[in-house]
Design a protein around this ligand. Structure first.
Ligand SMILES: Cc1cc2nc3c(=O)[nH]c(=O)nc-3n(C[C@H](O)[C@H](O)[C@H](O)COP(=O)(O)OP(=O)(O)OC[C@H]3O[C@@H](n4cnc5c(N)ncnc54)[C@H](O)[C@@H]3O)c2cc1C
Length: 516
């Protein structure tokens, strides 16, 4: 939406295509119970308009999905964005014509459009994936994916519910479903670490005070490694005596948001020993919160350390397993054979349900690109070029695809996403402005710059413990064919460095690109 706004301001003719029936992206699709931010709301909103910042009141420190969708609707209305967005329009193909230097975009309906430039803003977590379980569609009751949740709330009252998956969305949804359902069965393949969100309401007075601090908040995000308000503690874990360390972790665990992950000692995500220490602390917390020690043990991950996958933040997730109406099934003990009309057949028995939830996540970062047949000069397919990992310059443009520009493309820095997205939009529209001023009609990457940036990205990922773990961040998804090999999908160095690097490229006249 911000890209559309900026391109219009440049006087360009813009047409946006959106698969959904309305605006909102993530917050349009993910309507499941418990869906909310893990970013502080007041650090998530757009920062480009002072008027908008002053107009909108966040109601909770971690905004629930309905409020965020309301906010995004306000933005769309305020900047009159809808008139250039064509809804219910899934883009299935985009082909480059080298003779005319144009892109032709094809929609699912067969409709086509031609343009000089093609921007992607397809989302890093928009390509949802269903579980690869035999007879998946044979279930006779309703089955929902959190990212394709119905617009009218699902009534779980008096229902037997099965949830497959224990990733970030399941961790948000399970406590809410457990409160309503007659019985809830959770099927877990791999547990995830999770830490408390500690959400709370924002009073009118507090919001008024936050509004006076927006400049400071956004400045802090700009200079933080992951664009959040949180920053690592400069000490190493081993610098601090055990009792003091424990007290520090207790403090972080009791605070809202990602402090326990991003405000922790600076070595917990790179040093095995430091990571093992904080991991043991979090495991202890799970044991304290879950009454049945056997259930607690099943909920404690054994194959990766705390923080090496994006940490889901939860509100009563572990306590949900203390309820009489909740059962945890460990799929390592009793794997799922198949889905049946009545429910789920595991190796030992059939579980019967009225409702199933496939909380099986997304084909992250490159998934939405792969679902479009993108072809550059000579019919070369982007999907093939990226098979072993993306190749881009700064994540702005893929190698070998002229005039294709990406907001939040692979190999950009991420974290608190809107901060990164706003910066990306400003970089890309800056590039267009530069081209227009000089009468250029075509931009592409320089091979040596792509090679250097790809090396930077790979080097930045190397010391991180997260690079040694399967996750959507490393491109592994066992529900998607071929997604078994880890790839580096983002620039995982310091976001503040990335910002400066991009700003320098712009200030230097975009010499790293080829123009015509
Ligand atoms: C449940 C959930 C919670 C999250 N919470 C946070 C958070 O707290 N903080 C944070 O920073 N990030 C969070 N994220 C990440 C979130 O995706 C981003 O914050 C933000 O929404 C990204 O905006 P976007 O416009 O880049 O992508 P999206 O919001 O994903 O929008 C992309 C849009 O592109 C459309 N699209 C994709 N492919 C096509 C196609 N082929 N044709 C037509 N349309 C297409 C999709 O329908 C979608 O509407 C969360 C993600 C999820 C799924």
């Amino acid at each position: 939406m911000y890209l559309l706004h900026r391109l219009r301001a440049l006087g360009m003719t813009v047409q946006a295509f959106e698969a959904g029936t309305d605006i909102g992206g993530t917050w349009y699709w993910n309507r499941y119970p418990g869906a909310r931010f893990d970013s502080e709301s007041w650090s998530y909103g757009y920062s480009f308009s002072q008027e908008l910042l002053q107009e909108w009141d966040w109601k909770e420190h971690f905004s629930p999905q309905p409020d965020t969708l309301e906010y995004l609707n306000l933005v769309a209305d305020k900047f009159d964005l809808r008139r250039d967005i064509q809804f219910s329009s899934t883009v299935t193909a985009a082909h480059w014509d080298d003779d005319t230097d144009t892109w032709t975009v094809t929609l699912e309906s067969g409709e086509q459009a031609r343009s000089r430039f093609l921007f992607t803003a397809v989302g890093i977590l928009s390509a949802h994936t269903l579980p690869a379980i035999p007879d998946r569609d044979s279930f006779r009751g309703p089955a929902y994916h959190p990212a394709r949740w119905p617009k009218t709330p699902v009534d779980f009252n008096g229902k037997r519910v099965g949830v497959i998956g224990t990733g970030a969305t399941a961790i948000q949804a399970i406590p809410e479903i457990a409160k309503q359902a007659e019985h809830l069965t959770v099927f877990q393949r791999r547990p995830n670490w999770a830490a408390p969100l500690h959400n709370s309401k924002i009073s009118k007075e507090e919001m008024a005070e936050i509004k006076t601090r927006y400049d400071e908040i956004y400045a802090r995000c700009r200079e933080s490694p992951s664009w959040f308000i949180h920053r690592a503690d400069p000490r190493k874990t081993s610098d601090v005596p055990p009792e003091e360390r424990e007290a520090f972790w207790e403090k972080l665990y009791a605070e809202p948001g990602f402090g326990i992950w991003m405000g922790n000692f600076r070595d917990i995500l790179v040093d095995e020993k430091a990571n093992a220490a904080v991991t043991e602390f979090i495991a202890k917390k799970i044991r304290q919160r879950v009454k049945d020690p056997k259930v607690a043990d099943k909920l404690i991950p054994k194959d990766h350390g705390f923080g090496t996958r994006r940490v889901p933040l939860e509100s009563g997730y572990f306590e949900a397993y203390n309820r009489d109406n909740v059962l945890l099934i460990d799929l390592n003990e009793t794997p799922i054979d198949r889905i049946t009309p009545a429910g789920v057949k595991t190796s030992d028995r059939e579980h019967e349900f009225d409702i199933l939830v496939y909380a099986t996540g997304f084909d992250g970062v490159t998934g939405a690109f792969d679902r479009i047949d993108i072809r550059g000069p000579g019919g070369v397919r982007l999907k093939d070029v990226w098979a072993d990992g993306p190749r881009t310059y700064l994540g702005w443009q893929p190698e070998g695809f002229p005039n294709l520009l990406m907001v939040l493309g692979p190999h950009t820095a991420r974290g608190n996403i809107p901060r990164a997205a706003e910066h990306g939009v400003e970089c890309l529209t800056g590039l267009l402005e530069f081209m227009r001023a000089r009468g250029y009609a075509r931009v592409e990457t320089r091979p040596e710059e792509v090679a250097a940036w790809t090396e930077t990205v790979v080097k930045a990922a190397a010391p991180l413990l997260s690079s040694k773990v399967d996750s959507w961040q490393t491109g592994v998804n066992r529900n998607v064919e071929g997604r078994t090999v880890r790839r580096v999908l983002g620039y995982n160095g310091n976001g503040a460095y990335y910002r400066r690097k991009c700003d320098e490229v712009a200030a230097g006249g975009f010499q790293e690109f080829l123009f015509r």
